[in-house]
Design a binder for this molecule. Structure first.
Ligand code: FES
Length: 68
Protein backbone atom coordinates (compact mmCIF):
# COMPACT_ATOMS: atom_id res chain seq x y z
CA UNK A 1 0.00 0.00 0.00
CA UNK A 2 1.30 3.42 -0.90
CA UNK A 3 1.76 5.57 2.21
CA UNK A 4 3.48 8.60 0.69
CA UNK A 5 1.70 9.54 -2.49
CA UNK A 6 4.06 12.41 -3.25
CA UNK A 7 7.11 10.14 -3.34
CA UNK A 8 5.30 6.88 -4.25
CA UNK A 9 6.63 5.14 -1.14
CA UNK A 10 4.92 2.01 0.14
CA UNK A 11 4.52 0.67 3.66
CA UNK A 12 6.83 -2.19 2.67
CA UNK A 13 9.61 0.22 1.77
CA UNK A 14 9.13 2.11 5.03
CA UNK A 15 9.12 -1.12 7.07
CA UNK A 16 12.31 -2.23 5.31
CA UNK A 17 14.10 1.01 6.15
CA UNK A 18 12.92 0.78 9.75
CA UNK A 19 14.10 -2.83 9.95
CA UNK A 20 17.49 -1.70 8.69
CA UNK A 21 17.79 0.72 11.60
CA UNK A 22 15.88 3.92 10.87
CA UNK A 23 14.15 4.85 14.13
CA UNK A 24 12.97 8.42 13.57
CA UNK A 25 10.95 10.44 11.08
CA UNK A 26 14.14 12.22 10.00
CA UNK A 27 15.92 8.95 9.29
CA UNK A 28 13.03 7.56 7.24
CA UNK A 29 12.76 10.90 5.43
CA UNK A 30 16.48 10.86 4.62
CA UNK A 31 16.17 7.40 3.08
CA UNK A 32 12.85 7.66 1.25
CA UNK A 33 11.82 11.31 1.10
CA UNK A 34 8.60 10.76 3.05
CA UNK A 35 7.08 13.89 4.50
CA UNK A 36 9.15 16.25 2.34
CA UNK A 37 6.29 17.44 0.19
CA UNK A 38 2.76 17.81 1.62
CA UNK A 39 3.47 15.94 4.86
CA UNK A 40 0.18 14.05 4.86
CA UNK A 41 2.02 10.74 5.22
CA UNK A 42 3.82 11.78 8.40
CA UNK A 43 1.26 10.36 10.82
CA UNK A 44 1.28 6.96 9.14
CA UNK A 45 5.09 6.88 8.99
CA UNK A 46 5.15 7.69 12.70
CA UNK A 47 2.71 4.85 13.37
CA UNK A 48 4.94 2.39 11.48
CA UNK A 49 7.98 3.53 13.49
CA UNK A 50 6.07 3.23 16.77
CA UNK A 51 4.65 -0.15 15.77
CA UNK A 52 8.13 -1.49 15.06
CA UNK A 53 9.46 -0.10 18.36
CA UNK A 54 6.63 -1.78 20.26
CA UNK A 55 6.95 -5.16 18.58
CA UNK A 56 10.76 -5.18 18.71
CA UNK A 57 10.67 -4.91 22.50
CA UNK A 58 8.16 -7.74 22.76
CA UNK A 59 5.08 -5.61 23.31
CA UNK A 60 1.82 -6.32 21.55
CA UNK A 61 1.58 -2.69 20.39
CA UNK A 62 -1.62 -1.90 22.26
CA UNK A 63 -1.87 1.30 24.24
CA UNK A 64 -3.74 -0.04 27.27
CA UNK A 65 -2.16 -3.47 27.59
CA UNK A 66 -0.02 -4.69 30.47
CA UNK A 67 3.08 -4.99 28.30
CA UNK A 68 3.03 -1.39 26.99
S1 FES B 1 2.17 12.13 1.01
FE1 FES B 1 4.17 12.05 1.80
S2 FES B 1 4.92 14.06 1.48
FE2 FES B 1 2.95 14.07 0.56
Amino acid sequence: MIVCICRAVSDRQIRAVISEGASSMAEVRAELGTGECCGKCSRQVRELIDQHASTSRGCCGGTDCACA
